[in-house]
Design a binder for this molecule. Structure first.
Ligand SMILES: NC(=O)c1ccc[n+]([C@@H]2O[C@H](COP(=O)([O-])OP(=O)(O)OC[C@H]3O[C@@H](n4cnc5c(N)ncnc54)[C@H](OP(=O)(O)O)[C@@H]3O)[C@@H](O)[C@H]2O)c1
Length: 264
């Protein structure tokens, strides 16, 4: 079944949307699935799974924030003929003991079919599409990571790596740490946003700054997890796997600004 559709979960989200668009541009048949996708797929409603999985051999597998990958879904996918999973995990899952994503990685590794795990660092698009956007607009971002270096990575580059793993050979059984080309602290990243857009965004990066704005239990859990991280080092995954130069943070900001971001 050479042109069996490739199932993209989270197809309205920041990575899934780009994975689906890239696959379609390359001429692959794509099935876009999510609660608002072309095919309705809901993790909490197994009755929606068969329509997403029928006739599919390859899956871009992602769980929305906080939700686990349901083992029953992986089992059903394999039973229905899926032969390859490309799983969106996250950089630092081992150090941070992120049980949700570590369990997802174990599931695909144990699925008995081909798998590739993507472990991207923070997405650039958090700043204009995702959960940092309100903070950028409000002029203050609180993340208890001090001056630690982050290898912010562009969602377009993550999608390019995912598409290579979904459609190419030699990626099975690989864990890819997907990063941008440089390591910046949050303070440096916000300074770039300020330089490009003229929007000044204060950075508050201590544990106490975080405790002041996040409910106690969540704050302590996150602070512990992030404390376990060191400085991030860029990898060559985007260039090596996707054959393109990874996007510099400044180029992402310029592109987003030119496209109308942060005008609200
Ligand atoms: N942001 C980061 O910096 C970062 C870094 C590393 C890893 N990650 C991981 O990336 C994942 C998030 O990926 P993303 O940013 O591509 O997604 P996203 O932009 O947060 O979008 C979530 C997607 O999941 C779908 N969705 C939400 N609830 C659903 C449900 N109950 N059933 C089915 N689909 C549902 C949404 O579409 P509908 O609303 O249409 O259902 C949407 O397409 C998380 O697991 C996170 O841990 C994030």
């Amino acid at each position: 079944m050479a042109d069996a559709p490739i199932l993209v979960l989270g197809a309205t989200g920041s990575t899934g949307r780009r994975v689906a668009a890239r696959l379609a541009d390359l001429g692959h048949a794509v099935r876009r699935a999510s609660r608002r996708g072309d095919v309705r797929f809901d993790w909490t409603d197994p009755g929606t799974w068969p329509a997403a999985l029928t006739g599919v051999e390859r899956v871009y597998l992602m769980a929305p924030h906080e939700l686990p990958i349901d083992p029953a879904f992986v089992g059903e996918a394999v039973a229905r003929g899926v032969r390859r999973f490309v799983l969106l995990s996250s950089r630092g899952v081992v150090e941070m003991r992120d049980e949700r994503l570590l369990a997802a990685e174990r599931l695909v590794r144990g699925s008995g079919v081909g798998w590739t795990v993507l472990r991207p660092d923070w997405f650039n698009q958090n700043f204009d599409e995702g959960f940092f956007r309100p903070s950028v607009l409000a002029g203050e971002l609180v993340v208890p990571l001090g001056e630690k270096a982050q290898t912010f990575v562009d969602a377009d580059d993550i999608a390019a790596v995912a598409v290579a793993a979904l459609t190419g050979d030699g990626h099975e059984g690989r864990v890819y740490e997907v990063t941008g080309p440089e390591a910046l602290s949050f303070r440096q990243a916000l300074a770039v946003i300020g330089e490009v857009t003229g929007r000044r965004v204060e950075y508050r990066g201590t544990a106490d700054d975080y405790r002041a704005v996040v409910p106690a239990e969540t704050a302590e859990r996150q602070i512990r997890a992030w404390d376990a991280l060191g400085d991030g080092e860029p990898t060559d995954v985007v260039a090596r796997v996707a054959g393109r130069e990874p996007t510099r943070f400044r180029d992402y900001v310029t592109r987003a600004w030119d496209a109308g971001a942060w005008r609200g």
